[in-house]
Design a protein around this ligand. Structure first.
Ligand SMILES: [Fe+2]
Length: 478
């Protein structure tokens, strides 16, 4: 949702703390002055934060290796504890894991954005390492490998697409990333420092991957980052290479490194992963979800549906009544808290293909309700049914799938990813042919690259045209 008023606002440096508005404005391509002003404010905010990045390049390689070792040791201790019966560290319920996917969506949906601005330097050998990281974030234009596409699919699969109402702190990291995308020329050292911090392997990435799989949720987006962020050949290593290549040899390298540290600190602003997970409150989320649903459902029920003498429409007319409504449903036996969800009549109304309210609640919303029902009122351990892990689910699906028929046409990447709808396919095909024609009409390689770079922006690269542009750029830039 673009905020045009904000986009037109001059860079004042004082009134841009509104991360959500800045995020949306920058996503839609606001004036670069907005980005610069936002970054200056965030850099000032981060200036007092501690920073363990070494002051010299020589020490940084060892620092990365030490950090990775420490994370590995902590992860082994976590696995040993789990093996001895310790509970999950992050996700008490499956709905908390799905909430986490939603809570970090503003950041994940602009994954890699901070490096967009370096594409313009495609002819300069010193920028190849940074450009390579950006292209890998974009999956080199292969739809199934594009990080943003992978995350969008994950959100859709679990009904977690409605993240726009998250509180402001959830948008800070995404806004910083988009601001760096628009200000690469003026904030290059900060961009390189931010990249160096972002690409280090964090412990939470390993644990979230493990626990998501355990809860039957595909951890691919996260496991992918465990492998690409490695210190040997992955992004952590490439990020340091990127810094080494752009560090001034003639100019003031010490001043450059101080600004690198400033950019590194930006990683600590806003809400972090662990904090985002901990911000989940099952009761609050369930009530908020039902209150939002009430706005649509308040006129949808017939008058013979009554709870505690009042019609459902009457209960839903005021979202503030939801907690009381839930209490009445419980008192009248529609909901049996602390028992398996199947014991509740209310659950049978919403869950299953023959349910009267089938399709009203998304997968995430149903999971919230199920976890809320199975949790005893006043707390206590929820009566959670065991779910097969994602890996176990995948194995059974692989067994069920029949071997490919020889008569079927091979399913290429493009055919596999694009929708089956004939009209949509024609539109996309038309777009791609048009791009081909535009590229063919360019007068020089510079002009062609500029056209492609425009389509590789954070809000474009995951579209069919953006993916194609990325594939062509990857070939031409070599
Ligand atoms: Fe990524």
């Amino acid at each position: 949702m673009p905020d045009t008023a904000l986009a037109q606002r001059p860079a004042s440096g004082t009134d841009l703390g509104d991360a959500k508005a800045v995020y949306h404005a920058l996503y839609e391509g606001a004036d670069p002055a907005v980005a610069a002003s936002y970054l200056e404010d965030r850099l000032a905010e981060a200036a007092t934060l501690p920073c363990d990045l070494p002051a010299t390049l020589d020490e940084m390689g060892q620092w990365i290796a030490r950090h990775t070792d420490a994370v590995g040791t902590e992860y082994r201790a976590y696995l040993a504890a789990r093996k001895s019966g310790a509970p999950r560290r992050y996700f008490k319920t499956r709905s908390q894991a799905l909430y986490f996917l939603k809570a970090v969506a503003p950041t994940k949906l602009v994954d890699g954005a901070w490096l967009y601005g370096v594409l313009d330097r495609w002819q300069d050998p010193d920028y190849q390492a940074l450009i390579r990281i950006y292209l890998e974030e974009l999956g080199n234009g292969v739809p199934d490998k594009n990080h943003v596409t992978i995350y969008r699919k994950l959100l859709e699969q679990h009904g977690c697409e409605h993240w726009q109402g998250l509180p402001e702190p959830h948008f800070v990291q995404g806004a910083i990333q988009l601001a760096l995308a628009a200000s690469a020329d003026d904030f290059l050292p900060e961009l390189v420092g931010y990249n160096l911090g972002y690409e280090q392997l964090p412990l939470h990435l390993l644990i979230t991957s493990y626990e998501l799989n355990e809860l039957g949720i595909d951890p691919y987006y996260f496991t992918l980052h465990v492998t690409v962020d490695n210190a040997d050949t992955g992004h952590a290593h490439t990020a340091l290479e990127g810094l080494k290549r752009v560090l001034p040899r003639v100019g003031d390298s010490a001043a450059f490194l101080r600004r690198v540290a400033d950019g590194f600190r930006l990683n600590d602003l806003g809400i972090g992963t662990v904090e985002a997970i901990a911000s989940f409150d099952l009761e609050r989320e369930t009530v908020a979800m039902l209150a939002a649903k009430a706005a649509v459902g308040k006129n949808m029920h017939s008058d013979y549906c009554r709870v505690a003498g009042r019609t459902i429409n009457d209960w839903l007319a005021d979202p503030a009544q939801i907690p009381q409504f839930l209490e009445k449903l419980e008192q009248q036996g529609w909901i049996r808290r602390g028992e398996p969800a199947e014991n509740s009549r209310f659950w049978k109304l919403i869950h299953g293909e023959r349910a009267e309210m089938f399709g009203v609640f998304s997968a995430y919303e149903q999971q919230l309700l199920e976890d809320w029902i199975v949790t005893p009122r006043g707390g206590g351990e929820p009566q959670i049914a065991r779910v097969p892990s994602h890996r176990a689910l995948r194995r059974s699906l692989d067994t069920l799938e029949s071997p490919p028929s020889r008569n079927n046409a091979p399913r290429g990447v493009i055919r596999h990813t694009f929708p089956a709808d004939e009209h949509a396919w024609q539109t996309i095909g038309c777009e791609l042919r048009l791009l081909e024609a535009q590229l063919a009409a360019t007068a020089s390689k510079d002009e062609a690259m500029a056209l492609l770079i425009g389509l590789m922006a954070p809000n474009q690269h995951h579209t069919s045209a953006g993916l194609m542009a990325t594939r062509v750029f990857t070939r031409l830039a070599q």
